[in-house]
Design a protein around this ligand. Structure first.
Ligand code: NAP
Length: 255
C-alpha cells in the first residue's frame, strides 16, 4: 500500500516537468494519492500541458495567489469534487528581477512587496483554500531555501524565504488545534524555471555538491519530492512547524 493511499492532495507550482511540484505530484500519485493541480496566469496553459505527463493526468484549476476570487473558486471546486482535502503542497515563488542578482540595494518596496506576497504570505493564502476542507486534519507542506544565512544573488528572495519560514511556524501554531500540520522542506539547489531566473544561481549550485556530505545532484528533484510526500503522509503525525533539510547535508557543514 502506498504512503498516500486514499489521500486527496492539492499540488501548486507545476510549471514544467522540471518543477519541484511536478515531482511531488508524480511521487504522490505513485504512492496512491488523488491529486488536483493548480496553475497561475500565463503559466496555466503550461501546467495543463505538463499535467498530461503525470502517471494519471489530473484536473488543473486556476490559482493565482494574488487573486482572492481564485481562492474562493478553488475551495468551492475542491468542496464539490472531494468534500474533504488531506494535504496541500505550496511550491510557489516569485520575485521581480530587481529583487535578485546581487544588487541588494536596487529593489524598491513595490518590488519587495510582490516577492513577499507571492512567496511567503501565499502560504497563508493556500491555507485559506484548504483548511476549511480539512475537518479530519491534514498536512500543508511548503518548499523553502534555507533562510538562516545570506546567499549570493538570492537577495530579497532570501528575505521572502525567511518570512515563509516564520509564516509556517505561525500557521503551525494556529492550525494545530484542528490537527493540521504545517512543515517546510528546505531543498538544495535544483534546476527549474525559477532557479534559472536567478542570475548567479550557478555560483552556489557548483559549491553544493562539494560540501554536502551526501553529495548533491542539481538535476535530481526526487529526494525533495520524497520528503514532501513523507510529510504529506501519516508518517509524521507529531511534527509541525518543522523545516526538514533535503540538501545532501550541506546546512550542517561549516566549510
Ligand atoms: P518553478 O518550476 O518555476 O515553479 C515556481 C512556481 O511558482 C510556478 O509554477 C509559478 O507559476 C508559481 N507562481 C509564481 N507566481 C505565482 C502566483 N502569483 N500564484 C501562483 N503560483 C505562482 O520552480 P521551482 O524551483 O520548482 O519552485 C517551487 C518552489 O520551490 C518555490 O517556492 C521555490 O522557491 C522553491 N525552491 C526551489 C529550489 C530550487 O533550487 N529550484 C530550492 C529550494 C526551494 P507561474 O510561473 O505560472 O506564475
Amino acid at each position: 500500500m502506498g504512503l498516500l493511499e486514499g489521500k486527496r492532495i492539492l499540488v501548486t507550482g507545476v510549471l514544467t516537468d522540471a518543477s519541484l511540484g511536478f515531482s511531488v505530484a508524480r511521487v504522490a500519485q505513485e504512492q496512491g494519492a488523488e491529486i488536483v493541480l493548480t496553475g497561475a496566469g500565463r503559466g496555466l496553459s503550461l501546467t495543463e500541458r505538463v499535467a498530461r505527463k503525470l502517471p494519471t493526468p489530473p484536473p488543473v484549476l486556476e490559482l493565482d495567489v494574488t487573486q482572492p476570487e481564485h481562492v474562493e473558486a478553488v475551495r468551492a471546486d475542491l468542496g464539490d469534487r472531494w468534500g474533504a482535502v488531506d494535504g496541500a503542497l505550496h511550491a510557489i515563488g516569485f520575485a521581480p528581477p530587481a529583487c535578485l542578482g546581487g544588487d541588494f540595494m536596487a529593489a524598491t518596496w513595490d518590488d519587495v512587496s510582490i516577492a513577499l506576497q507571492v512567496s511567503a504570505y501565499s502560504l497563508k493564502t493556500l491555507a485559506e483554500v484548504v483548511t476549511p476542507l480539512m475537518g479530519r486534519g491534514g498536512s500543508i507542506v511548503g518548499l523553502d531555501f534555507d533562510a538562516t544565512v545570506a546567499w549570493p544573488a538570492y537577495d530579497w528572495m532570501g528575505v521572502a524565504k525567511a518570512a515563509l519560514e516564520s509564516t509556517a511556524r505561525y500557521l503551525a501554531r494556529e492550525l494545530g488545534r484542528d490537527g493540521i500540520r504545517v512543515n517546510l522542506v528546505a531543498a538544495g539547489p535544483t534546476k527549474t524555471m525559477a532557479a534559472r531566473s536567478i542570475p548567479g544561481f550557478a555560483a552556489f549550485e557548483d559549491a553544493w555538491s562539494g560540501r554536502a556530505p551526501l553529495g548533491w545532484d542539481v538535476r535530481d528533484p526526487e529526494p525533495t519530492a520524497r520528503a514532501c510526500v513523507a510529510l504529506l503522509s501519516d508518517w509524521f503525525p507529531a511534527t509541525t512547524g518543522e523545516i526538514v533539510h533535503v540538501d545532501g547535508g550541506y546546512h550542517a557543514i561549516g566549510a
